[in-house]
Design a protein around this ligand. Structure first.
Ligand code: GDP
Length: 480
């Protein structure tokens, strides 16, 4: 092993060395700073003073060192740390990486980061470490996307799906279809090269069958799974509507106390309504309570409905609350007709509340006025009927009574981006199929096959354009 001063940067694909705080802001037990790129070790050596001076002879890869971060060329200590140098290529980015574990103080983290920056690194963009992992071939694009899904997962089901994708399940599925397409293209290319023997080389009906069974079918299955996946990955949005005092806040609280989903609040979001995630059978449901509206001076008719409408437009589900102890009021009717006007695509579930002090049958005048929406009777206060409400929400959204009809840990679940590209790939395959039926020339078949291949390449990141890549990595936090 070389002497410390001789430890030259090892090979990495990027010229620039990047650095970022990898732990969330705010005080914590430990804070981590990550450096990646050719100068990682060089910078580290400048600011780190190991406890055992003999260790300064060299730094072994993947070994933890104990010592102090010092302002270079001074006696000024910044923090007591543990640090590890990881030599390329066995690292997250496949570049030289240093991770420094210091005390979880924002000031300490900032100070260390600025020392690193002053010594040759630049601050990393959101997701830049993972982008490098992708560009350096350690992860395919579906795995890189899984990293952000894993970080953002709100329920166990969402987490399991992300882990499966991180293990490469979607990549394998797409690759296996790609292989079949490549094999088919090879046959067609032979036919192009030997036009006189084309009819012997191309067995049209066999090729068509193969296309359907081995290529289109797997694509169709993947596309179908994507919609279900979206529900468990991103969740749905529901809005609780009803006139003041029907029990909207009480219901939200009851749901939250039982099954609050794990969500990190996003700093800087302004809220005129209360929004929380509830975990309903693995489905993250963002529930919007418009109760806050009544605390304004305006009446419900004037502006409550207006704001509720804006929320309504984003929601997949409306929980329309009624008070079982009172008869239907004009306010109820006004709100309800505004829901019906604006919620063309939303599902509506009537929630008859306060059945602990009133009969849980919908008064006749309600049925006449509110049509034939599904109804669940609850007592938000006494917590009765809550399970039935959750079951009903789940079945309304997923069309199924139980959890997902598949094991999220084992399933291959494309996201919306994948789904769009899969659909285009499938269309290209169908054009090949038509071409085979109509005996078009092999050159034309080859063009559509190539287009299907390049769509699949977009999914795994082989042919993905720079702007799509930017969009994907912008979703990440800084330091990942
Ligand atoms: P909101 O204005 O629609 O958000 O209604 P709140 O949740 O603030 O409830 C209004 C009043 O109704 C409060 O006094 C609650 O305690 C009461 N309340 C809410 N749900 C129930 C219920 O299921 N049973 C009974 N008896 N009272 C309820």
């Amino acid at each position: 092993m070389s002497n410390l001063t001789d430890q030259t940067p090892s090979a990495g694909s990027s010229e620039e060395t990047i650095a970022a705080i990898a732990t969330p802001p705010g005080p914590g037990g430990i804070g981590i700073i990550r450096i990646s790129g050719p100068l990682s070790l060089h910078i580290f050596q400048k600011i780190f003073s190991p406890r055992h001076k003999t260790e300064t002879q060299d730094y072994e890869s993947h070994r933890m060192y104990y010592g102090w971060i010092m302002v270079p060329d001074s006696e000024s200590p910044v923090d007591e740390v543990l640090a590890v140098f990881m030599r390329a290529p066995n690292t997250y980015t496949r570049e030289d990486v240093v991770e420094i574990q210091c005390h979880g103080s924002y000031l300490v983290l900032q100070e260390i980061l600025s020392l690193i920056a002053a010594n040759g690194a630049r601050l990393a963009q959101p997701g830049e470490f993972t982008k490098r992992a992708f560009l350096n071939g350690r992860l395919d694009l579906t795995q890189a996307e899984a990293v952000v899904d894993l970080i953002e997962a709100k329920t166990d089901e969402g987490r399991s799906m992300a882990v499966g994708q991180l293990q490469g399940r979607l990549y394998e599925k797409v690759s296996s279809v790609q292989e079949k397409l490549v094999a088919m293209r090879a046959i067609i290319e032979v036919a192009i090269d030997f036009p006189d023997d084309e009819t012997d080389i191309l067995d049209h009906s066999a090729l068509k069958q193969q296309l359907k069974d081995e290529i289109e079918q797997p694509l169709i299955k993947l596309i179908a799974r994507a919609d279900e996946g979206k529900i468990f990955r991103e969740g749905i949005s529901a809005v609780i509507l009803g006139r003041p005092n029907v029990g909207k806040s009480s219901l939200l609280n009851t749901l939250l106390e039982e099954d609050r989903a794990l969500v990190t609040p996003v700093p800087g979001t302004t809220r005129d309504t209360i929004e929380e995630f509830v975990n309903i059978k693995g489905m993250p449901v963002r529930i919007v309570d418009t109760a806050g509206i009544r605390h304004t001076s305006e009446t419900v008719e004037e502006m409550g409905i207006q704001r509720a409408r804006a929320k309504l437009a984003e929601a997949e589900l409306v929980l329309f609350m009624l008070d079982a102890t009172e008869s239907l009021t004009e306010e109820d009717q006004a709100l309800y007709s505004s829901v019906k006007q604006s919620s063309k695509k939303q599902k509506v579930l009537l929630v008859l509340n306060k059945i602990d002090i009133a009969p849980d049958t919908l008064p006749e005048q309600y049925s006449a006025a509110l049509g034939s929406e599904p109804l669940v009777s609850v007592s938000a206060k006494e917590r009765t009927g809550i399970q039935a409400l959750k079951d009903r929400i789940f079945s309304l959204i997923t069309g199924s009574k139980k959890g997902p009809g598949w094991d999220p840990g084992a399933a291959v679940v494309p996201n919306v981006r994948h789904k769009d590209v899969l659909k285009k790939g499938l269309e290209a395959c169908r054009r090949v199929e038509e071409g085979l039926e109509e005996n078009v020339s092999p050159d034309l078949l080859a063009i559509d096959l190539q287009s299907a291949l390049s769509y699949l390449g977009d999914i795994v990141g082989e042919t993905t354009t720079e702007d799509v890549l930017d969009m994907i990595f912008e979703r990440f936090c800084i330091g990942k």
